[in-house]
Ligand binder design. Structure first.
Ligand SMILES: Nc1ncnc2c1ncn2[C@@H]1O[C@H](COP(=O)(O)OP(=O)(O)OP(=O)(O)O)[C@@H](O)[C@H]1O
Ligand SMILES: [Zn+2]
Length: 468
């Protein structure tokens, strides 16, 4: 049957058929970079990274693109509040995004386009929409004429009539119809802006993704993904813009992740109920956080609380301990028991893993397969004779699964904050005694464990970097 995925567009699970044999073009809407990311924002980054890895495991050549919205009202406001330059602020949070997500084992995309670097393409896209009669200029703004696109609402399953009922034209907007949405926004005084056929301004949010998808991946792509809250209006508007322009279906499969919740409520900056990734990973091994995210199916809501994270930590340790014992037995035992039966069993487990992952990337069930394996494997280790070949194959299999899930099952336990703080203290003492050799040794030792130190006038700071 191959890979099945739930498609928001058709509201059912479908067998995946790529446009081009063996290839996948995939676009994931990225963050607006005006703040540190919280664990909710990390979920799409982690789950679509897992999906990308799995498609690669299944033999596809995946081209993966995810954008940065690096100019936007939220960024402009944040920069004004902080008294910082808009571009410097965006740059800073792009760096922070990479730091946090790479700690969580997220691989870099093939391309990370930015709005500020795609301006010409965005402007050309809007011009073409106006030319085709799908958009109009009004007082330096440009709007998409929603009702001119008959399929509007097909992705999120709404009709323009229903939408019309709740729609209003806001003060200051010069739209022909309340359902029309912004493609280009005229600059306010002293605001960052770009020159365009409609005067100085900047693009609306939705048009960015349409322009980037077209530029980097083409008129029709295989998979378009993002958080559930993006399905409407963001993705609906992307569909309208792109399909109005090209006359082609924008994406064949639309994937949306569920929310991370706190007490059954969506984690979000506006509600203030968020936990920042960079704070969380000071207290927890980032791999445990990733494991926690992947222990839920990506479309389901996932409640976040410290007990659940701790349970994930215990689960991951169970796997790691098992593999530590396997490694030890492999190194020390000279036994040559017949491994035929177990080698077959390993193949069965591998088949089960694929079966679960093929079913709409059910990493939750796939991880259950790993636990079942560990349970049986632990019994095997109690046998007086084991096969070296089997033990090697066990390690290879977990290595392979680890690559798919982005987890290092063989990694050493990460240092906890208090251990790191101890090391830093020792290093400060060493420097006070002018023992720079010892100070450097501690710095290098921490670096090897993925901790980078930064000396500032206020003291030494540390951060985790990924070993992936
Ligand atoms: N609680 C959550 N659970 C899962 N995904 C989320 C959650 N909150 C935001 N996302 C997703 O994070 C990604 C980054 O979005 P963006 O930078 O626009 O954050 P945001 O929507 O401003 O966050 P917030 O909702 O906190 O304001 C989007 O794909 C969005 O759907
Ligand atoms: Zn988008």
């Amino acid at each position: 049957m191959g890979v099945q995925m739930y498609n928001t567009l058709t509201k059912q699970k479908e067998t995946f058929r790529p446009i081009e044999e063996g290839k996948v073009n995939m676009y994931v809407c990225g963050p607006t970079v005006y703040n540190y990311i919280h664990i909710g924002n990390a979920r799409p980054a982690v789950v679509f990274d897992m999906i990308r890895r799995y498609l690669i495991y299944r033999g596809y050549d995946v081209q993966y693109v995810t954008n940065f919205t690096d100019v936007d009202d939220k960024i402009i406001n944040a920069a004004q509040e902080a008294g910082e330059d808009v571009f410097a602020l965006a740059e800073k949070f792009i760096d922070k995004f990479f730091e946090d997500t790479s700690a969580l084992g997220v691989k870099r995309a093939d391309i990370h386009p930015r709005v500020t670097e795609t301006m010409d393409d965005i402007i050309a896209f809007i011009e073409a929409l106006i030319e085709k009669g799908y958009a109009y200029e009004s007082g330096g703004d440009v709007y998409f004429k929603t009702k001119s696109f008959p399929d509007y609402g097909k992705l999120s399953g709404q009709s323009t009539d229903d939408l019309q009922a709740g729609a209003r034209i806001e003060v200051g907007e010069q739209k022909q119809d309340p359902l029309d949405f912004s493609l280009w926004k005229r600059a306010k005084e002293d605001e960052v802006s770009w020159d365009s056929p409609w005067g100085y301004g900047r693009p609306g949010w939705h048009i960015e993704c349409s322009a980037m998808v077209k530029k980097y991946l083409g008129d029709t792509i295989d998979i378009h993904a993002g958080g559930q809250d993006l399905a409407f209006p963001h993705h609906e508007n992307e569909v309208a813009q792109s399909e109005a322009l090209t006359g082609q279906q924008m994406a064949n499969y639309w994937l949306h992740n569920g929310y991370i919740q706190i007490d059954n409520e969506k984690m979000s900056k506006s509600l203030g109920n968020f936990v920042l990734v960079n704070e969380l990973i000071r207290e927890h091994d980032p791999q445990v956080i990733r494991f926690f995210i992947l222990q839920a199916h990506y479309r389901h809501p996932l409640n976040f609380n410290s007990e659940l994270v701790e349970a994930s930590g215990a689960g991951l340790s169970r796997i790691r301990n098992f593999l530590e014992n396997v490694r030890h037995r492999h190194r020390t035992s000279a036994d040559f028991a017949d491994g035929t039966e177990w080698l077959k069993k390993i193949q069965t487990f591998k088949g089960r893993f694929i079966h679960e992952m093929d079913d709409d990337f059910n990493s939750a069930n796939a991880i259950t397969v790993l636990f079942d394996f560990v349970k049986e494997g632990n019994l095997y280790l109690q046998e007086p004779h084991t096969s070296k070949e089997v033990l090697q194959e066990v390690m290879n299999t977990f290595e392979e699964w680890g690559e798919v899930l982005g987890l290092s099952f063989f990694a050493e336990e990460e240092l906890l904050s208090e251990d790191i703080e101890d090391y830093i203290e020792q290093r400060v003492k060493a420097r006070e005694h002018k023992n720079f050799q010892e100070a450097d040794r501690i710095r290098d030792l921490l670096k090897e464990k993925g901790i980078v130190l930064e000396d500032t006038p206020q003291g030494t700071r540390w951060k985790r970097v990924s070993s992936l």
